[in-house]
Design a protein around this ligand. Structure first.
Ligand code: PMP
Length: 375
């Protein structure tokens, strides 16, 4: 069976090698006569997988001893609440930079938590214009636009806005906003592990696994030991980052099959040449798509400012919604799925995560050229 060319935004394409490894080991994991899902999370067989997944993450990102690597549950959405729950205290302030819909959600959850804790949440900058259905995000703030509260508990940024296709640091000219000593907390759900990252710059980075890391159900968090230690102790244990750091993410039953799949994906990533190889492959895929868009500006239109265009989620419009629907339909006939833009913004969105094959992007570019020629 030919593999579907999957451009979904998440859950997204997984490397075939990681899936095939799972198929091979499914009913007899490590000669145990049962699947990894049926093993105790306290047993040696599972623990080996768990430790390997953490070790691979540390190795790929060169995570030093200053930071913990955690596997958490509840999705990145739970982190929107869990981060302020850990880091806000009475009278403190958390700052948020909003460059798209996910940042809006993170801000809104932080406000709910802040109310409970007599703390404050401050919008350090928003690049949104318009309201409701017309709201759009197409640019990164200039450093001078970001108004950080001195001694804020943290500054929250969304690294890549999955819906709007807006990404910090895809281009060196658009670095993350700096907090002047305020810990930087970054939602990297849709652009984690596609290129190297100096983790020591961040207080906390987190990412839902279902784009570049594995299946849904796991959040990877890399958090400085300093922030873990600062975390509140009067919230339920299950929400304290400390609990998971102290228990190697084995405080309660983790999603064992998910962690196993993360291990498979990370092993594949390392085999491919690690993050430098991924970066070269991903930049090339995105560059091909943007060059077709830019070579046909009378037909395609990418609303996003060039220097902030996402390498992971390429968004664009055609002259009419009917033509967009026709493109999606024709793509489907040719074995390509997941191209419809998010329901809140419409248009086309091409997610080009690590596991998306360059040949799939070539096939899509060919189709786009045909559409542009037809007009
Ligand atoms: N942040 C970003 C940037 C996302 O793209 C998403 C999901 N697409 C989320 C947060 C929410 O993730 P989850 O569904 O895992 O809660």
């Amino acid at each position: 069976m030919a593999r579907t060319m999957n451009f979904n935004a998440g859950p997204a394409a997984l490397p075939l090698a990681a899936l095939e490894r799972a198929r091979q080991e499914l009913t007899d994991f490590a000669g145990s006569g049962m699947s990894v899902m049926e093993h105790s999370h306290r047993g040696k067989d599972y623990e080996k997988v768990h430790d390997e997944a953490i070790a691979l993450l540390r190795e790929l990102l060169d995570v030093r001893d200053t930071h913990e690597v955690l596997f958490l549950q509840g999705g990145a959405s739970q982190m929107f609440a869990q981060i302020p729950m850990n880091l806000l205290e009475e009278g403190s302030v958390a700052d948020y930079v909003v460059t798209g819909a996910w940042g809006e959600k993170a801000l809104s959850e932080a406000k709910a938590v802040a109310k409970l804790f007599d703390a404050d949440v401050h919008l350090a900058c928003s690049t949104g214009t318009g309201d409701g259905k017309e709201k759009s995000y197409v640019r990164a703030p200039l450093p001078s636009e970001v108004n950080v509260t001195p001694r804020a508990a943290y500054l929250h940024v969304t690294s890549n806005e999955t819906i709007h296709g807006v990404e910090f640091e895809a281009d060196a000219a658009r670095p993350f906003p700096q907090g002047g000593g305020v810990p930087l907390v970054v939602d990297m759900s849709s652009d984690f592990l596609w290129k190297k990252l100096d983790v020591s710059r961040f207080g906390l980075v987190y990412a839902g696994a279902q784009k570049n890391i594995g299946p849904s159900g796991i959040v990877v968090a890399i958090v400085s030991k300093e922030l873990v230690a600062k975390g509140r102790k009067d919230i339920p244990k299950i929400f304290q980052l400390r609990t998971h750091a102290e228990n190697k993410s084995l405080y309660n039953t983790p999603p064992t099959f998910g962690v196993y799949m993360v291990r498979n994906v990370l092993a594949w990533l390392k085999e491919q040449g690690g993050l430098p190889a991924m970066e070269a492959r991903n930049r090339q895929k995105a560059a091909k798509l943007y060059s077709v868009i830019d070579a046909n500006t009378g037909f395609f239109r990418c609303p996003v400012e060039k220097q902030i265009r996402s390498v992971m989620n390429v968004v664009f419009r055609l002259p009419s919604e009917q033509q967009e629907e026709a493109l999606v339909a024709e793509a489907k006939k040719r074995g390509m799925v997941g191209l419809k833009g998010h329901r809140s913004v419409g248009g086309i969105r091409v997610s080009t995560y690590n596991a998306v094959e360059p040949a799939w992007v070539d096939a899509l570019c060919e189709l786009m050229q045909e559409f542009a020629k037809r007009g």
